[in-house]
Design a protein around this ligand. Structure first.
Ligand code: HEM
Length: 491
């Protein structure tokens, strides 16, 4: 009985503290609008329903943002999020608050303290050490691998020529998996020829369950999640993927140690993967840390790049005039040759780069970014002093389509927005496909090189047709509900 009374008292104190804290945060942000909300749950309904409904709700919030001060308050239970739909405030948040929001904790059992979700103190030193590996000069070394894998993609696509519309994403994803695995950890997975493997299945299961946890609020508290069969499934599949990466790390470390003891002439001239370069950095990473970084890189780098490529291919199919210009540029570089792309070619694909950038604007594959506000922060555009303890959600999708940032034609596909003279006029944080500030995407140049190479190979072989992209759904990334449908004919 006494225990029960004590528990009730603790619960009451907790609720009173929760309420007082919520009131304080609410008062501090009183000038911001709030979409209609329920008691206790707040605006949690935004994330109820399927991915299409979530996108619709996010679009509605973006509208409230546009009509007001470019920011909206959202309550998820006791937690206050300020959703930001303007470039100025997004810049302030992304420059000043580098720690990820608590919502990313669901990734912790999988990615540990890998770069993507590393806590700030650790992130600072590790990012410094990883940064040189993603320098253009280093990743250009991977053009050979990227080119080979792109040729296999072109070959695999030949079976779709002159057929009906098909979803190109699955083909592109297999190709980017091959590229990212080989360059990140030196493993030739050859997913393009064997699309099914226990490792890929485990990876897929982990992603599906994590995605559910992000968007199904009742699966968020550990005490409820652990009651579902998903908890065990998640544990087992994470363990399987860890075992795979652990094995690769162990094998490559042995090779690294062996090669260290022989002269460079004797070494086998194998490709130096990101993992190999991580063995001899200023920080001596443990094998667990290496696994966490490599898993983070392959997970953050693969589906994002595949989606960017797939959206761009569909957009090229929808805009034949743009496709013609891309082809003109390709012919100026390659003539009629199907040869591999080299680094000069990459630098000469200026128009294709504008096309990819415009594709990433309209279809920002990472549609929202959430940051922890760890100190008081003044947001000049909406005129609010954000209290520490809140979180900010940067509405990348909304900012990319905002008329205030992009003018009246914001919804139209116009690659020439990215001509240097037009880009200079824009707010630097109006364009955030790779986030902004010090914690932006470390692989952005790598992603661009992969995208340019693959699109160049595909477009030199095939003419693309597409009718549209249709409704979108939000999982952790942004997907079209009906897939990336295109039709191919041979050039
Ligand atoms: C072209 C496609 C890509 C897009 C659109 C993209 C987008 C992003 C975005 C928006 C973030 C920040 C996420 C956040 O703060 O919540 C990020 C971080 C990251 N990306 Fe990318 N990315 C792409 C390609 C890549 C590639 C190819 C790699 C590596 C092979 C990579 C590795 C990473 C890593 C490791 C982080 C975490 C960085 C940190 O916290 O310091 N990304 N990416």
């Amino acid at each position: 009985m006494i225990i029960l009374v004590v528990l009730v008292v603790i619960l009451c104190l907790y609720l009173a503290h929760w309420r007082a804290n919520a009131k304080r945060l609410d008062r501090a942000t009183a000038s911001l609008p709030v979409p209609p909300c329920l008691p206790v749950l707040g605006n949690a309904m935004i994330f109820l329903g399927d991915g299409e409904k979530v996108v619709k709700n996010i679009e509605d919030i973006a509208q409230i943002c546009y009509k007001n001060k470019g920011a909206v308050k959202i309550w998820l239970g006791p937690k206050l999020y300020v959703a930001i739909g303007n470039a100025e405030d997004a810049k302030i948040v992304l420059e000043n608050c580098l720690d990820k929001d608590r919502v990313y904790r669901f990734l912790r059992p999988w990615l540990g303290r890998g770069l993507f979700i590393a806590p700030l103190n650790l992130w600072k030193s590790h990012r410094k050490v990883l940064l040189p590996i993603f320098h253009n000069k280093v990743i250009e070394e991977y053009l050979g691998v990227i080119g080979e894998r792109a040729e296999i993609l072109v070959e695999r696509l030949s079976k779709e020529v002159n057929k009906e519309y098909f979803d190109v994403l699955q083909y592109v994803t297999a190709c980017t998996l091959d590229i990212v695995f080989e360059t990140a950890m030196g493993e030739e997975m050859d997913v393009q020829h064997s699309t099914d493997s226990p490792y890929l299945r485990a990876r897929h299961t982990v992603m599906t369950i994590l995605n559910m946890r992000f968007f199904k609020l009742w699966l968020q508290p550990d005490c409820l999640f652990n009651l579902t069969p998903y908890a065990k499934q998640l544990r087992e599949n994470i363990a399987y993927t860890h075992k795979f990466t652990d094995e690769v790390v162990r094998k490559r470390r042995m090779e690294y140690e062996r090669n260290k003891s022989i002269s460079t002439e004797q070494s086998d001239g194998k490709l130096r993967a990101v993992l190999d370069m991580l063995f001899d950095r200023e920080i001596k990473f443990t094998d667990d840390q290496l696994r966490e970084h490599i898993d983070s890189i392959t997970i953050a780098g693969n589906d994002t790049t595949a989606l960017v490529i797939a959206y761009t291919l569909v957009l090229l199919g929808m805009h034949q005039n743009v496709q013609d210009k891309v082809i003109q540029e390709q012919e100026a570089i390659f003539g009629m040759s199907k040869r591999k792309v080299n680094k000069d070619d990459i630098n000469n694909m200026n128009y294709l780069e504008r096309v990819i950038k415009e594709s990433m604007r309209l279809y920002s594959v990472v549609p929202i970014i959430a940051r922890k506000i760890d100190r008081e922060l003044y947001l000049p555009h909406c005129g609010v002093q954000l209290p520490a303890g809140t979180s900010a959600v940067i509405g990348v999708f909304g900012i990319h389509r905002s008329k205030a940032e992009w003018g009246p034609s914001a919804e139209e596909f116009d690659p020439d927005r990215f001509l240097p003279e037009r880009s200079n006029e824009r707010h630097p944080a109006a364009y955030l496909p790779f986030s902004y500030g010090l914690r932006n995407c470390i692989g952005r140049n790598f992603g661009m090189i992969i995208a340019k190479t693959i699109i160049s190979n595909v477009i030199r072989s095939y003419k693309i047709d597409a009718t549209g992209i249709g409704p979108l759904k939000m999982e952790i990334l942004l997907f079209p509900i009906n897939g990336h449908q295109i039709r191919l004919t041979r050039r």
